[in-house]
Every structure is written in structure tokens, then in C-alpha cells.
Design a protein around this ligand. Structure first.
Ligand code: 5AD
Ligand code: SF4
Length: 473
């Protein structure tokens, strides 16, 4: 059950710095929600903040180093405020805190609170303890209680809102730290998800992005106590009249079940976009990664998805230079990319994460080789993204305008295939879903023209869409 906490006047200021994925953005918003009733209001000005939270990510690169360098800066801010008689509570949250709690305290003893991703519902209590006594408060448990049960109903969500439905992962890919920092796979019950979705919609959300490290492994219990599925959850959410659009991320190919594929064919509110990481196109490396799928499995899945929804735009994650990756393995990844045709993708150099099996594997790849492979891969992905965006020009689409654009007089939103969209138009269209004609493609966005109400939209016939090389053509 979600708890509503009584409000008190906002007398203190909270500044949150967030690294990493949308799940961390969601967590940061929930931390702000949980601290609001004890008097903390957000500020963009770190110097004015009575409490600063670093919500950290440990998935790649030198995450811990970035945190320590930010902490160095904040130590100065804290000392300057202390000289002026003002206390600053410094908290480190998220996956770096979970993974490096002890090291963190040794190197940054001026930190007041260290908390993992599973305990932020206890923040008010931690703040009270940190305020009472000197010394650090550490809470990096994986508690038995469900943190979501202790969080207040989200209030200010915006037109497009995140909703975490699932956390953690049991897949143990060789390179990945998530199963260790976020813990075992856990799905929120269906009723809790529906209640939060209703609250978000009541607060003005018109698009909900369902989040989870392994979102399509979601199997929350339904009202009869039986495990449900993401396909079914999407149908139930689509029944909410004032909710217009649904998305979900991030999915594992192994968990793409029939109900979800059929939802892409049948649920009009489900946007035609899917982020489905494959990581590599080489079966040898996929096995070394413990991915439990082959390149052919992935290609078959893409074919089924495109049969269900010919307009589907695909996105993926790729890792280059996993231990043992040869030039031939890398060539297989390029071949898979050419075969699928991605609308966009994220790609990374393999980065050893302490405690993961791949970190201690023999045959690590040199940085120079990883750099060269990443550059080649990104050139191909960039060309595919450009081609996809250019193929959108001339099409019509419905766009949910979510705010002002970068330039005066502009409004902005997202296309169904997730590209940022902008046009010159009245601010009154923000919050509305509007039919537009796509007029120009840029590297990372689309320009669109508003269609006058006299011009009814022409539907793109399905057979025309399915003939085209990319989903968005
Ligand atoms: N090195 C490089 N990339 C990684 N990812 C996860 N762990 C690592 C790592 N150790 C990438 C994967 C994943 C994305 C979120 O981050 O591609 O899908
Ligand atoms: Fe990490 Fe995703 Fe693999 Fe889970 S499925 S271990 S989150 S890469």
C-alpha cells in the first residue's frame, strides 16, 4: 500500500545530482517525494542546499572516480556553508554507494549518509539520525519490506512520467554489476502499479514509461495472487481513459513473450518503439556473456515483432571488446546490425566491473582496439539512425507536445518512435496529442509542421509500411 504523508511547510532546500539511467531519475524523484513531508523543497542551487544527494550509477566507466571528484567539490561547499553557520547533509545514494560503501567512507569521511537503491524510503529516519549525531549513517540493506509501500503518491510527474514496475536482475550477464547492486529480480504487484499509474494520470501524465532493469521479466501478482505478465499489464494500463501513450524499457530478448508481442499488434496506445539490447552479434561472445540467446534467436524475435507491428522502431545496446572478442566476433556484430537496421542504439566499450566474472577473465582487449571497434560500430549505427530519421520525412504522426522548444515560439515533444520533435506553435498545444507532418530530419531530432484541423490525417496503409526497409518509412 502506498502511504500519504502529512505535509509540513518547506523550510529546507534539497539538491539532487543524478547519474545513470531513467531508473535513477525515477529514484531521485521518489527521494524528493519522501523528503518533502519533512520540509525539503528542491533547489537547483547547490550552495543554497541544506541537503545534497548524489544518486550514483556504477554500470560503466570510472563511476566511483566521478563520484569522488564531485564529493571533493561538495566538501568545499559544505565547509563554506559551515563557516557561515549552516549545516549541509551530504548523502551518497544508488549503486556506487551500494557497491563501495566502505571505500567511500574511508575516502570521504565528511559524507553524512550512505544508502543503497533499496532503502531510500527510510531517508527521513536517516536524516533525523544524521541531524542528531555526528558520524555517518549507513543503510545499504536489501530489506525484507517493499520500499514502494513506504513511498508517498507521486505528485509532480509531468506529461511523460516514469513508473518503476520491476527492479533487479537474476540474469548475471558476465560483465554486469546490476544483479549485485540492485539485487534479485523483484516485480511490484499489479494493483500497486495500477494505483501509481492512476495517481500519475490524475497529476497530469498522459504518457507513462514503465521502467525496470529487466522490465519484460515483470511478473507481478494480480488480484487473484497469480503472476501476471507485461503484455497483460499493458492492456490494463491502456484501459485508463486519460492515459494516451505507453512505453517500457529495458527488455531482455529472453523475456519477450507472446503476450507482449501481441500487445504490440493490438494495443494502439503502446508506442511502436522497443529498446531490446542484444549486446553482441557473435554467438561465441553471447555465450561468454551468459546472455542465453544467440544472434539467430534475436533475429527471429525481431522478425516476429515486425510481423506484429510493421511500424516498430528498434533500439539496442552493444558492448565492444568483451574479454575474448576477436575481429571476427566484432564483424558478426556489425553483420547483425546491418541485418536488423536500428532506429537508434547505445554502444559502449567493455569496462571491467569489480566482482563480475568478466573482470577477471583472461584475454582482456586493449583500450586501443576497443576504441577502434567502438568508432567503427558507432559510424554504422549513426548511419542507420540518420537513414531512419530521413525516412520519416513526409510521414504523418501523432506527437504529444510536452513543453517549450529550445527557441522562442517553439514547442517540443516526441515522435512515436521516440525522436525529439520540435515545431513553431502555440504553447496551448502543450499537453495535447497533435497530428503533424514530419518536414525535416536532424541527427537527433525531427522538425514537424502542424496540420490544420481542416486537413484530416491520412493513415499510412499497413502494406506500404511493411514493404519498407525500416519500420519508420
Ligand atoms: N561494460 C560496458 N558496458 C556495460 N553495460 C553494462 N555493463 C557494462 C560493462 N561492464 C552496458 C550494457 C547494458 C547497458 C545498460 O550498459 O550494454 O545493456
Ligand atoms: Fe545486467 Fe541486463 Fe544482463 Fe541483467 S540482463 S545482468 S541488467 S545486462
Amino acid at each position: 500500500m502506498t502511504q500519504s504523508l502529512p505535509s509540513r511547510p518547506n523550510t529546507k532546500r534539497l539538491h539532487i545530482i543524478t547519474w545513470g539511467c531513467q531508473m535513477n531519475a525515477y529514484d531521485s524523484a521518489r527521494m524528493a517525494d519522501v523528503l518533502a513531508p519533512i520540509g525539503y523543497a528542491p533547489t537547483d542551487d547547490v550552495g543554497a542546499a541544506d541537503m545534497v544527494i548524489l544518486n550514483t550509477c556504477h554500470i560503466r566507466d570510472r563511476a566511483a572516480e566521478k563520484v569522488f571528484s564531485e564529493l571533493g567539490r561538495l566538501r568545499v561547499v559544505k565547509e563554506e556553508r559551515a563557516a557561515a553557520g549552516r549545516r549541509t547533509i551530504l548523502a551518497v545514494a544508488g549503486c556506487v554507494a551500494q557497491a563501495e560503501g566502505e571505500a567511500l567512507l574511508a575516502r570521504a569521511p565528511f559524507v553524512d549518509i550512505v544508502l543503497g537503491p533499496q532503502t531510500y524510503h527510510r531517508l527521513p529516519e536517516m536524516v533525523a539520525r544524521a541531524s542528531r549525531a555526528a558520524g555517518v549513517v549507513v543503510d545499504t540493506d536489501f530489506p525484507a519490506e517493499e520500499k514502494f509501500d513506504f513511498l508517498p503518491v507521486p505528485v509532480a510527474s509531468g506529461l511523460s512520467a516514469f513508473l518503476t514496475i520491476q527492479e533487479g536482475c537474476d540474469k548475471f550477464c558476465s560483465y554486469c554489476v546490476v544483479p549485485y547492486t540492485r539485487g534479485a529480480e523483484h516485480s511490484r504487484p499489479e494493483a500497486a502499479v495500477l494505483a501509481e499509474a492512476r495517481a500519475l494520470v490524475a497529476a497530469g501524465a498522459r504518457e507513462i514509461v514503465l521502467l525496470g532493469q529487466n522490465v519484460n521479466a515483470w511478473h507481478g501478482l494480480d488480484e487473484t495472487g497469480s503472476p501476471s505478465s507485461l503484455g497483460r499489464l499493458i492492456r490494463r494500463l491502456a484501459d485508463l481513459p486519460d492515459l494516451w501513450r505507453l512505453r517500457y524499457t529495458t527488455s531482455h530478448p529472453r523475456d519477450m513473450d507472446d503476450s507482449l508481442i501481441v500487445a504490440h499488434a493490438e494495443v494502439a496506445k503502446l508506442m511502436p518503439f522497443l529498446h531490446l539490447p542484444v549486446q553482441s552479434g557473435s554467438d561465441r561472445i553471447l555465450a561468454a556473456m551468459n546472455r542465453k540467446h544467440t544472434a539467430a534467436d534475436y533475429l527471429r524475435l525481431v522478425e516476429r515483432l515486425r510481423r506484429a507491428q510493421p511500424d516498430l522502431a528498434l533500439s539496442s545496446d552493444f558492448i565492444v571488446g568483451h574479454p575474448g572478442e576477436t575481429r571476427a566476433d566484432f564483424a558478426a556484430t556489425l553483420a547483425l546490425i546491418r541485418e536488423v537496421g536500428f532506429a537508434q542504439a547505445y554502444s559502449f566499450k567493455y569496462s571491467p566491473r569489480p566482482g563480475t566474472p568478466a573482470a577477471t577473465a583472461q584475454s582482456q582487449i586493449s583500450e586501443e582496439e576497443k576504441d577502434a571497434r567502438l568508432q567503427e560500430l558507432q559510424e554504422l549505427l549513426r548511419a542507420q539512425q540518420d537513414a531512419f530519421n530521413r525516412a520519416c520525412v513526409g510521414r504523418r504522426a501523432r506527437v504529444l507536445f510536452t513543453g517549450p522548444g529550445r527557441h522562442p515560439g517553439q514547442i517540443a515533444g516526441r515522435a512515436p518512435w521516440l525522436q525529439p520533435v520540435h515545431t513553431t506553435g502555440p504553447a496551448a498545444l502543450v499537453g495535447r496529442e497533435v497530428e503533424v507532418a514530419i518536414s525535416a530530419a536532424h541527427p537527433n531530432s525531427l522538425s514537424v509542421d502542424l496540420l490544420s484541423p481542416e486537413q484530416p490525417p491520412e493513415e499510412c496503409p499497413p502494406e506500404q509500411a511493411s514493404e519498407q526497409e525500416h519500420a519508420c518509412a
